[in-house]
Design a protein around this ligand. Structure first.
Ligand code: ARG
Length: 248
């Protein structure tokens, strides 16, 4: 993990300056974050972010290994060196920036709210703290609800259910009526309610920027990823990916 190497191998004279480059990288993803990162029925990692990092790796000439893992342990795993980056719809936040670096932003997302079809709940009920809202632990939806609804006294703390380790579990509880609503990044809400008796109630504009999280010490990897993201976003493949994953 975090393997860097030289073009010339290791036996060159010490006074020869060789350019260091990234050789192989372990990429941590949440396997339950469609359409950015998910595991398909054959057990393969797929998604907008997975395809993006594969393209960048190919372009920049390094190998990638995709490692699905639990969201709540993903930054600790990065810091501990079990993975070399997190490329999985992670919002750049001040708290996270204290622990890790982020690449330049590659996506902007807002928070979507899902409810049961035909539910009486309105977006105003959500904003006035009247609904029991479920979301994944350690995500920006939970942060938003805490900051704007719980800490301000608008919403009783017990109305926030942020114990879900994945969004799929929160969606199941919404279907079963154990929560009134689920709040999560809009594209993921849209993807997660497909084919279910659920609907999107609305969007709360948070204008979050997604970035790739990288250890603070991995400066070369950060530079390489920033270049790669620029190149990807300037390439026709970028629009292909947006279309493929219905992200427009
Ligand atoms: N964008 C939100 C955040 O950064 C949710 C991300 C959840 N991503 C995931 N792979 N589970 O907190």
């Amino acid at each position: 993990a975090g393997c860097t190497g030289t073009e010339n191998g290791s036996d060159q004279p010490v006074d020869v300056i060789v350019e260091e480059k990234i050789v192989s990288v372990v990429v941590g993803i949440d396997g339950e974050y469609p359409p950015y990162s998910f595991i398909d029925s054959d057990g393969n990692a797929q998604g907008f972010d997975v395809d993006s990092v594969k393209w960048i790796a190919d372009k920049k000439g390094f190998e990638v290994e995709i490692k699905p893992m639990a969201w709540d342990s993903i930054i600790p795993s990065l810091i501990a060196g079990k993975i070399d980056m997190v490329y999985s719809g992670m919002t750049i936040t001040p708290d996270r920036l204290e622990k890790v670096n982020f690449s330049k932003p590659y996506w902007i997302a807002n928070q979507g709210v899902a409810v049961k079809k035909g539910s009486e709940i309105t977006l105003d009920d959500i904003k006035s703290g009247k609904a029991v809202i479920g979301t994944q632990a350690g995500c920006t939806a939970a942060e938003w609800i805490s900051e704007y609804l719980v800490d301000t006294g608008i919403m009783p703390e017990e109305n926030l259910k942020q114990s879900y380790s994945s969004i799929a579990l929160a969606i199941t509880d919404l279907e079963n009526g154990r929560v009134d609503a689920v709040m999560y990044d809009t594209p993921v809400i849209i993807e997660s309610i497909k084919g279910k008796d659920l609907e999107k109630l609305g969007t709360i504009e948070t204008n979050e920027e997604y970035g790739v999280a990288i250890r603070k010490t991995d400066v070369l990897l950060l530079e390489t990823m920033n270049e790669g993201i620029d190149e990807l976003m300037a390439d026709p493949y970028w629009q292909e990916l947006i279309d493929k994953y219905d992200l427009a």
